[in-house]
Ligand binder design. Structure first.
Ligand SMILES: NC(=O)C1=CN([C@@H]2O[C@H](COP(=O)(O)OP(=O)(O)OC[C@H]3O[C@@H](n4cnc5c(N)ncnc54)[C@H](O)[C@@H]3O)[C@@H](O)[C@H]2O)C=CC1
Ligand SMILES: O=C(O)CCC(=O)C(=O)O
Length: 633
């Protein structure tokens, strides 16, 4: 990265597809041809000519001539065009409007586009007409655009080079643009650096020749240590998504400007340790283990998104101590698991797994033996959280009697009966269903002793976590006939990808439904999760809001006032006082301050006045017990 450049170099910025997201002439054609039957065809032809000109495939003057010949535009179309272009200024340029206003006289728009529409658009950014170098249209008596002024140097091949020569700027000159003609200024030795601007369009031939590639204007400002609106360019935020969350998740992160990498399937610890370096946001589902070793290698991690409910696969305390906020989707797949459990109860009660298998083998076994209605049967729900309690309501609605057991005090819904102990539930229920979370204390919650307490012929469902049930013990009671059947969706070891085979002692046992951890795998749930988790993470990154974080103190923050300082520290006495001392000594006015702690960390958000000395930031980073510190502008 270059050192900060003083004074600011001259910036030569292209207009079409750089300053604005679009090409002015394409838009003009679109406006002029409104209502014409061949609008799409002509606009497409003009776009193709623009592209060929910009990538260096067609001589620039030829591309311009051919485009204007196709353009049935009049002077009256220019007003609507300017209005449209004002709404299509590149997002990162709009975001950094203050930069342009701060450095009048240092930014030139050098464009082969036309002054008639460029001037009014860039004027709103404090760039005056003297700093716009562009072509001008020629019109006939009716106001129809007939072509361009051939005397204008920018209408010719190599026009930008000649224009820069005539400008004769002294000092450093940097060119930002998306086209080949922008690069040619650098090639001709008239600029020190050429930045390929790819926020709107990426041309391989141009990118290949660039000194730097700029996905946004923020990146240019960041690289050159110039004042910018964001504290950090979003394109530098790397997201790694594992285990195939719905494509909407990647789409949302990309829309935000982040770099997104996806790895289908999971990664084991070694693989993740290899890949986590430089990653700011890690997205996983239930399989990926975020261990202390992974966290040690995670040098830039800000947040982990669990695209699921369970978070037992994540070292939550380790994340907290590293200042990494973890978010999940606590309700997005609840209904899907409930529906699966209900279906499984009916399937097992009617011995469908074995009847279906026999039919596939050509055997017709019509009998009522071992089959029963679920109406009036006792459903024992272990873990009366979101899933357990919703299943309780649905099961009652179809006539089951619900018993439940939970280690925490829970609101009893409908006519459900609370059991004081686990054995009390196990001894009474006809069907036992597990909906506890995956905390370590729940390993083998259901082992041989618990299975022995269940009624003969009872059914067991596990849609929670694989390690909750002692699988060999379950296989034994199924083989012995003590249990009438089981449905199991989760396993102590689950294949990493769909290519790996599934091994379990439960395979081949009668009246056993096995599913590949798909309790939450419905289109609805996956889409909901893929929106919920990125939204929480982006709120956290953009505003510091930790609402719904599973490991950070939850703070819902008011709208940011001026600068926001985000400070995460070990929860020891005196840190807040030290932060405020720094601010007081530097005469920084606090507009608002919010603090919340948990047993490990303190989370302080301080909104301060716009004006402050840059040293403040360094001093706040040095406050003893600081884990992470960042500024939001
Ligand atoms: N198969 C699948 O695809 C899915 C599985 N899950 C699993 O289901 C679990 C439950 O989900 P939610 O209901 O949303 O979680 P939740 O946190 O709302 O409920 C869990 C309940 O279990 C209780 N609990 C924990 N240990 C217990 C114990 N030893 N005995 C009795 N109660 C105990 C808790 O107090 C809590 O009320 C998740 O943690 C996840 O592991 C969740 C979604 C999909
Ligand atoms: O869909 C997944 O990968 C995991 C679902 C799950 O177990 C959960 O939400 O906790």
């Amino acid at each position: 990265m270059p050192e900060p450049t003083q004074p600011l170099p001259y910036l030569i910025i292209d207009f079409d597809s750089t300053f604005t997201q679009v090409e002015g002439l394409d838009e003009l054609a679109d406006i002029a041809l409104e209502g014409h039957s061949d609008r799409e065809k002509v606009v497409a032809e003009i776009r193709a000519l623009t592209d060929r000109g910009m990538s260096g495939e067609l001589k620039f003057s030829e591309s311009l001539k051919q485009r204007l010949a196709l353009l049935p535009a009049y002077r009256r179309h220019l007003g609507p065009l300017v209005a449209r272009l004002k709404g299509k200024v590149s997002e990162s340029i709009v975001r950094n409007r203050a930069f342009f206003e701060q450095f009048p006289g240092r930014v030139y728009i050098v464009s082969s586009g036309f002054r008639e529409f460029i001037e009014p658009v860039v004027a709103e950014f404090g760039i005056g007409p003297d700093f716009v170098l562009a072509n001008t249209f020629t019109f006939d008596a009716e106001g129809r655009i007939t072509g361009f002024d051939p005397e204008n140097v920018l209408s010719r091949d190599g026009g930008k080079i000649e224009q820069l020569r005539r400008l004769d700027l002294s000092g450093d000159v940097y060119v930002l643009g998306d086209g080949y003609t922008d690069y040619q200024i650098r090639e001709a030795g008239l600029a020190n650096r050429f930045y390929a601007f790819t926020e709107n369009v990426t041309r391989d031939a141009v990118v290949a020749r660039a000194d730097e590639v700029l996905p946004t204007f923020d990146e240019f400002l960041y690289q050159n240590k110039l004042p910018m609106t964001l504290s950090y360019p979003k394109n530098r935020i790397k997201v790694l998504l594992l285990e195939n969350p719905d494509a909407r998740a990647a789409e949302l992160f990309r829309q935000e400007g982040y770099q997104v990498d996806t790895v289908p399937g999971g990664l084991d610890e070694d693989e993740l340790v290899q890949q986590i370096e430089g990653v700011s946001i890690l997205g996983i589902r239930s399989k990926t283990q975020v261990t202390p070793r992974v966290l040690e290698a995670a040098n830039r991690l800000i947040a982990v998104g669990a695209f699921c409910i369970g978070t037992n696969q994540i070292d939550l305390t380790g994340c907290m101590q590293k200042g990494v906020a973890v978010f999940n989707a606590p309700f997005s797949n609840t209904r899907s698991v409930v529906e699966l459990a209900l279906g499984e109860i009916i399937m097992l009660a009617r011995r469908i797994p074995e009847k279906s298998a026999k039919m596939h083998d050509g055997e017709w076994d019509k009998s009522a033996k071992g089959s029963f209605e679920i109406r009036g049967k006792k459903l024992g729900i272990i873990g009366y959280g979101n899933i357990g309690s919703q299943l309780s309501v649905v099961a009652e609605a179809i006539g089951m009697q619900v018993l439940y057991y939970d280690v925490a005090e829970k609101l009893q819904l409908g006519n459900a009966t609370k059991c004081r102990t686990l054995p009390e539930l196990l001894q009474q229920a006809d069907i036992v269903t597990l909906h506890v979370d995956g905390r370590a204390a729940n390993i083998n919650l259901i082992g041989a002793a618990e299975l022995a307490l269940m009624k003969p012929g009872a059914l067991l469902l596990n849609n929670s976590r694989g390690h909750i049930v002692d699988v060999p013990a379950l296989a034994a009671v199924l083989r012995s006939g003590h249990l009438g059947g089981a449905a199991v969706d989760v396993f102590p070891y689950e294949p990493k990808t769909n290519q790996e085979s599934f091994e379990s002692e439960l395979r081949g046992l009668p009246n056993v439904l096995l599913t590949p951890h798909i309790g939450g795998s419905t289109a609805e749930a996956q889409r909901n999760i893929a929106e919920f988790v990125p939204e929480r993470i982006m709120q956290y990154v953009n505003s510091g809001n930790t609402q719904q974080s599973v490991n950070f103190p939850n703070i819902q923050l008011p709208e940011q006032q001026a600068h926001r300082l985000i400070h995460i520290h070990h929860n020891v006495p005196g840190v807040l006082a030290r932060i405020n001392n720094v601010l007081a000594e530097r005469h920084v006015n606090i507009l608002g301050q919010y603090l919340k702690t948990n047993e490990h960390i303190g989370y302080v958000i301080t909104d301060i006045d716009k004006e402050y000395e840059p040293e403040v930031i360094g001093e706040l980073k040095q406050v003893e017990h600081t884990i992470k510190f960042r500024v939001l502008y």
